[in-house]
Write a protein that binds this ligand. Structure first.
Ligand SMILES: Cc1ncc(COP(=O)(O)O)c(C=O)c1O
Length: 408
């Protein structure tokens, strides 16, 4: 991968922050956007803008074509059919849609949904709510020492009463990677479905829903070089066809009478109201951009850089790195500086032009397990280079010296 050329694709990376070169290490929160995506959205508004699925005139047909082309691009990205892609606002909405429309139907007293304490709140609260509304049980798979979820641990909690196994592919805190193919096998052996939170995997590694046996996959445009406010749910065709809509209104109906109404086929029945057409065009362009670089190349680059970063900060006295202590398999590295609040660390790094996230990362149960009120997180993407990491390490060393001097 030619990183210098890739960096040149992202106009924002050229800006200065606090008078310093920008080292953007917060792509797990949201990624920067390449010119290809910015141009596609602009081109759509300048040349094709109209409402979709309604107009009979040429411009409306062009807008509809753009929107449906984007669905095809996402299908190509995850290895599905286009009818299996529902446009949503992002991962959170995708998971809520499955929990409401599928979870609340299949869960009932005596059944259970299996998830883990390492999940982002977006992959925890919808399942808790669905289970609790229906009088079903929420089970949590035990996390290993390094935060990983092993197939054995999963096997010990999934049983014939399990209806859904809901797990993140890649943890947004520990960077651990779940063996999704093994999880699918375990779920399917008990007649359950596997719902994967792909927020931190789809942008960063090849994810093929058929090869992995995934039944539902949720992901966000803004974490994969696309715009905010757009994302998708992949759902296996036969499952989507069984599901009722959650949003009722325009665009999603077949026929409406005062006595009763019928819905369009999936996925359109889930897209009530005017959709985020420009967002769809943007996420479609983002999918093309990622595929043109290659998801394997992106993954390999991030892993190499994450290991370089972790290896450089581990020897610094007082630095704790969470998650796997050996080889890391994703671009997420979460850490703390002994005796210094993560917010103070992030603020100090900011003065050196380095952007990292600090807080509970929407994972409060995991923070309790890690016995940390908050942590700082550096997360990498295809445009980061060793210079970004070195700038971060130098800033961290400087912050450490400052805070420890102040503490006396
Ligand atoms: C693992 C994981 N799941 C879900 C989400 C929620 O994504 P969004 O806010 O785009 O809906 C995030 C966002 O940080 C995440 O990292």
């Amino acid at each position: 991968m030619n990183i210098a050329a890739r960096r040149a694709d992202f106009p924002l990376l050229a800006i200065q922050m606090n008078g310093k070169r920008l080292s953007y290490l917060d792509s797990a929160a949201t990624s920067q956007k390449p010119r290809a995506v910015l141009d596609a959205v602009r081109r759509y508004y300048e040349h094709d803008n109209a409402n979709v699925h309604r107009g009979v005139y040429e411009l409306a047909a062009r807008a509809t074509q753009d929107y449906e082309d984007a669905r095809q691009k996402l299908a190509d990205l995850v290895g599905s059919a286009p009818e299996e892609i529902v446009f949503t606002r992002g991962t959170t909405e995708s998971i809520n849609l499955v929990a409401r429309s599928y979870g609340e139907v299949v869960l009932e007293p005596g059944t259970n949904v299996v998830t883990s304490a390492a999940e982002h709140h977006s992959n925890l609260l919808p399942w808790q709510q669905a289970a609790w509304h229906r009088g079903a049980e929420v089970r949590y798979v035990e996390l290993g020492e390094d935060g990983r979820i092993t197939p054995d641990a999963l096997r010990s909690v999934v049983d014939d009463q399990t209806r859904i196994v809901a797990l993140a592919h890649v943890s947004n805190v520990m960077g651990t990677v779940t063996d999704v193919a093994a999880a699918a096998e375990i779920a399917h052996a008990h007649g359950a479905v596997l719902a994967v939170d792909g927020a931190q995997s789809v942008p960063h590694r090849p994810v093929d829903v058929r090869a992995l046996g995934i039944d539902f996959l949720s992901f966000s445009g803004h974490k994969m070089c696309g715009p905010t406010g757009i994302g998708a749910l992949y759902g296996r065709a036969d499952l989507l066809q069984r599901m009722e809509p959650v949003y009722y209104g325009g665009e999603m109906i077949e026929e409406v009478t005062l006595q009763g109404s019928t819905w369009k086929e999936a996925p359109w029945r889930f897209e009530g109201g005017t959709p985020n057409i420009a967002g769809a065009v943007g996420i479609g362009a983002a999918a093309d951009y990622l595929r043109s670089i290659g998801l394997t190349a992106i993954h390999d680059h991030e892993v190499e850089l994450a290991n370089y970063l972790a290896d450089r900060i581990r020897p610094i006295a007082g630095v704790v790195v969470y998650g796997p202590q050996g080889h890391r398999d994703s671009g997420v590295v979460t850490f703390n500086l002994d005796g210094v609040h993560a917010h103070d660390v992030a603020t100090a790094l900011d003065t050196e032009g380095v952007c990292v996230r600090a807080g509970h990362h929407c994972c409060q149960p995991l923070m309790r397990r890690l016995q940390a009120a908050s942590t700082a997180r550096a997360s990498l993407y295809l445009y980061n280079n060793r210079e970004d990491v070195d700038q971060f390490v130098d800033a961290l060393a400087k912050a450490k010296e400052f805070f420890h001097r102040v503490a006396g």
